[in-house]
Design a protein around this ligand. Sequence first.
Ligand SMILES: [Cu+2]
Length: 327
Amino acid sequence: MNRMLVFVALAAGPFLLQGCGEERKATEEVAAKPQSTTIPAPPPEPQPHVVEFRAVGKTFQGPSEIPAGWTTFRFVNASSMTHFAMLDVPPEGITAREISDAVMQPFQDAMDGMNAGDEEAVNAAFGRFPEWIGELGRNGGPGFLSPGRAGQTTVYLEPGHYIMECYVKSDGIFHTTSPGEGQLGMLLDLTVTNQNSNAPEPQANATLAIRNSGFELVSGELNTGTNTIRVDFIEQQALPSFVGNDVHLMRVDGEDSIAKADAWLDWRTPDGLEDPSPVTFLGGINDITAGAHGYFTVDLEPGDYAFIAEMPGPQAAGFVLPFTVGE
Ligand SMILES: [Cu+2]
């Protein structure tokens, strides 16, 4: 068949089909008539858009592409370690592989130097950071979560490229550090498409404000059962630990729980961020730009808890807010 014949056959196709279906079409119209008098059903309520990511061993598992808009990250910690899932916004064209080589390896070398008390090695490692490190942005993501738990954190995602990371340590090695040539640690490329999920913003029962001076519960209260906490990042800062303001929820089981967590949350010390964590973490939300906000949802049993930040000395800085939930 030459090209012209193919065209003729395709063009004739629909007409031939229509001819065959004429009789059936008339019958359908009669049957459909009573329906035209019924009131059309209201459009379904927009539902939260939930994406699930799992921590398995020292890896992230989850979709590589998700729609834009309000996105609820259901983070399942299926491992025996504490993890979190910070969302980085890398400079244009920078992938997880490049971050691994150019940023995470120098961080590991610096940590090794700190543990060895070798200041020269620490400075040499920090000196290897690429120029673009200052352009690395952050967009929240689930906070610390103890083994076997699931957490829920909701953030607004613009279309673009994100990288999920967890830099808890095991045996002095950051989870972000490549476990071997060509392999990625806890770093995951995530593409947010131009399509918007149109998911609604969550409804919160309490609002926590974050300023550079610390936490303040500005409205609502925490109750037994399910709580959704809105977190307003009113101010953001560059801390000496290279990160900024965030909030995590911990259980206060004993008198020294807060002191233990306070010491653990500085990754620059040998025991800092080293798994296992000294307290139980129930989730939270990582750094977001000043002026933005996000949410996290937790189920609380009666007991004592505290909001706490991942930074050097959170308690002295105003970033510990204890609270009690009654029966
Ligand atoms: Cu981890």
